[in-house]
Design a protein around this ligand. Structure first.
Ligand code: AMP
Ligand code: ZN
Length: 465
């Protein structure tokens, strides 16, 4: 089955057909680096990770670009508050961002352009737009995009442009639909601290032009996929389309995909509302990165994700179950056991169900559902010792294939040096029926992150996730 995605531009679920066979260009709007990112941002970055991985899983050679917004109203405001240079300020939060996505196993993009490294490219687009009559300059030297000159304006966000006053302007980077007006491409900064001297005057870019410049630099004037969360549709992506298409005269993006928000108590999680958790907040409370990854990818991107600690606990249980299943299969492979049930039909239906879920507009709930049905079917065979090493190996292989998209396998089971003698000592105590000592060692190991399970074949250990 081919991949189908919800295209915001058409409002339809469409088959993904890339511009160039076998290749996919993907641009994802990155973080504005003025603070730690919150788990709402991470929901979007993780869904985009699933999209990119599923495209690769489906055989496409993906070029993934994610920008770093290191100049905008907010970064300038907060670096000034701290009294340090914009670069020093944004570099700090860029590093934290990279740490956070690494912790959650997000596959690195191929390019992470910083907006401040692309000023000449932005100026060039603005120059082209001016040449083609799409801009005007205000009294202070700022350059605005004239939305009345672009009949396609409003197609993405489905705007009703009746009654818009031509020439009315908005200077801020973010504004609401009610405020649809000509927007700033270039902001004249006079002798402000953050400004570049360029052929179109001294100033700095508006937020929207940044993504138009960085995306076309790496992916060309027309490319396959552009993503973000629903708050990006207007004005950011609407304005990107206007700038890019009017400058190049070509269609900008084929598929626009937007994730619904992560919400708390029915409201969007946002830095400006103060109702947010960062990844670090959750790690400090002792939550496992894999459980957080699971929680954030398990709800399909077209559905709102309601964040609760009960949900996070449920996610932990799910990943723990998977980790236990993998450990048991590994144990069986090592045992070399022969005979038993043939699970090829279960493996086949797991693989098909998993892929069908993802092909269906990246329905991760469906794909993960197929994974847990498989675990439910195979577990009784493990319990009753009726699975061969060969079948266990095949099951592991199928899980590993799916994990190229999910990336939820437990960390490599490397034991600390001091754990091994403790495991042996407990085995001795158990054989001698010295239960109290055996239990004490089990607790000690658990505190070191090693979980023991006594099975008919002997004691097995695995690392806590
Ligand atoms: P920002 O750093 O604000 O530019 O946001 C980075 C990305 O996170 C953008 O794609 C936003 O649309 C997305 N985002 C912001 N808040 C949320 C939320 N509560 N849930 C999901 N995505 C969000
Ligand atoms: Zn963007």
């Amino acid at each position: 089955m081919p991949l189908f995605v919800s295209n915001t531009l058409s409002g339809l679920k469409e088959e993904f057909v890339p511009l160039e066979p076998g290749r996919a260009g993907l641009y994802t709007c990155g973080p504005t680096v003025y603070n730690f990112i919150h788990i709402g941002n991470l929901r979007t970055f993780l869904w985009e990770d699933v999209l990119r991985r599923h495209l690769e899983f489906s055989g496409y050679a993906v070029t993934h670009v994610m920008n770093i917004t290191d100049v905008d109203d907010k970064t300038i405001r907060d670096s000034a508050k701290e009294g340090i240079s914009l670069r020093a300020f944004t570099e700090r939060f860029t590093e934290y961002f990279f740490e956070d996505i690494r912790t959650l196993r997000v596959k690195p993009a191929h390019h992470y352009p910083r907006a401040t490294d692309f000023i000449p490219q932005m100026v060039e687009i603005i120059r082209k737009l001016t040449e083609r009559g799409f801009t005007y300059t205000s009294e202070d030297g700022s350059v605005y995009f004239r939305i009345a000159a672009f009949p396609g304006y409003g197609r993405l966000a489905k705007l009703d442009l009746e009654g818009i006053k031509p020439g009315a302007r908005v200077a801020t980077d973010e504004y609401e639909k009610e405020d649809v007006r000509d927007f700033a491409l270039w902001k004249a900064e006079g002798d402000g601290p953050v400004a570049w001297d360029t052929p179109i005057g001294r100033g700095r870019p508006g937020w929207h032009i940044e993504c138009s410049a960085m995306s076309s630099h790496y992916l060309g004037e027309t490319f396959d996929l552009h993503t973000g969360a629903v708050d990006n549709i207007f004005p950011h992506h609407e304005n990107e389309i206007a700038q890019s298409e009017c400058a190049s005269g070509k269609p900008f993006v084929k598929y626009w995909l937007h994730a619904e928000h992560l919400i708390v108590d029915g409201e969007k999680m946002a830095k400006s509302k103060g109702n947010f958790y960062t990844l670090r907040d959750l790690l400090e409370k002792g939550h496992a990165p894999l459980a957080i990854r699971y929680l954030l990818i398990s709800v399909p991107y077209k559905k709102k994700l309601n964040f609760t600690f009960a949900g996070l606990e449920g996610a932990y249980q799910a990943v723990d179950r998977l980790s236990n299943f993998i450990a048991r299969l590994n144990g069986l492979v090592e045992s070399g056991a022969d005979g038993g049930a043939d699970i090829l039909p279960q493996i086949k239906s797991f693989k098909e169900g998993f892929r069908a879920g993802l092909d269906n507009d990246l329905n991760t709930a469906e794909a993960i559902g197929a994974l847990f049905s498989f675990i439910r079917e195979v577990n009784p065979l493990l319990e009753s010792n009726s699975l061969s090493a060969l079948n266990a190996g095949l099951a592991l292989q199928a899980l590993r294939e799916a994990d190229a998209v999910l990336d939820l396998f437990p960390p490599a089971p490397k034991l600390q040096e001091e754990a091994l003698p403790l495991i042996k000592e407990r085995e001795v105590m158990r054989k001698a029926k010295r239960w109290a000592e055996a239990d004490a060692i089990r607790t000690q190991l658990s505190e070191m992150g090693v979980i023991l399970e006594d099975t008919a074949q002997g004691t097995r250990w695995r690392k806590k996730i």
